[in-house]
Design a protein around this ligand. Structure first.
Ligand code: GTP
Ligand code: MG
Length: 192
């Protein structure tokens, strides 16, 4: 996993050379941690227990085909309004208009479920026909029955959404649960 670029504004996105898979979701949901665990590289994508750590769109190439894209989180209450608006515009522009973006992994904390801000991003991806998949994170913190209920609830809410890639995948960056499943799913994006 090699870090290649950090973009703060749309004009500084790197060239569209690789297939891109992006990781989106609320601040602190575990995007950067998941990129690290998926690629078995600790701390290439910086993580923190303080929400709002990732403030640029960060691009990491994996081999010579694929680029994993770590997006800044939304819903981070402590940043200045102007800063928040800039991140949001950048993320929105990126997910709706990047030609080589083949999938967005929308991370949702298993404990909290879908929030209004997630739904907004989902609406945006539906209208731009961006294909996305829901990843339930931090599953190590929930009993299996609650997890199953959460998954059913989310799929019920999203049942008429056409750009949603089923099924939902449950992961824990901490225990490693679900990671091989997610890797296999992402490998299919690259192979076509
Ligand atoms: P922003 O960059 O602020 O948008 O956050 P992020 O989504 O990149 O979250 P990050 O990966 O930095 O993780 C946030 C916190 O959640 C850290 O304290 C992680 O250690 C913790 N965390 C991430 N994944 C897991 C998990 O699977 N289980 C548990 N228990 N904690 C996790
Ligand atoms: Mg992050």
């Amino acid at each position: 996993l090699t870090f290649i670029a950090a973009a703060k504004i749309a004009s500084s996105l790197p060239p569209t050379r690789y297939t891109e898979i992006a990781f989106a979701g609320r601040s602190n949901v575990g995007k950067s941690s998941l990129i690290n665990s998926l690629t078995r590289q600790w701390h290439v994508a910086r993580t923190s227990d303080k929400p709002g750590l990732t403030q640029t769109i960060n691009f990491f190439t994996l081999g010579n085909q694929l680029c994993l894209v770590d997006l800044p989180g939304y819903g981070f209450a402590f940043a200045k309004d102007q800063v928040k608006e800039n991140w949001e515009e950048l993320v929105q522009e990126y997910v709706t208009s990047r030609p080589n973006l083949k999938r967005v992994c929308l991370l949702v904390d298993a404990k909290w479920g879908l929030k209004p801000r997630d739904q907004q991003l989902i609406q945006l991806m539906e209208s731009s026909r961006t294909r996305y998949q829901i990843i339930l994170t931090k599953t190590d913190l929930l009993p299996p029955l609650d997890l199953a209920r959460r998954a059913t609830q989310i799929l019920q809410i999203l049942k008429d959404h056409r750009s949603l890639i089923q099924p939902l995948i449950m992961v824990s960056s901490k225990s490693g649960a679900g990671l091989s499943h997610l890797r296999a799913s992402l490998a299919r994006v690259v192979s076509g």
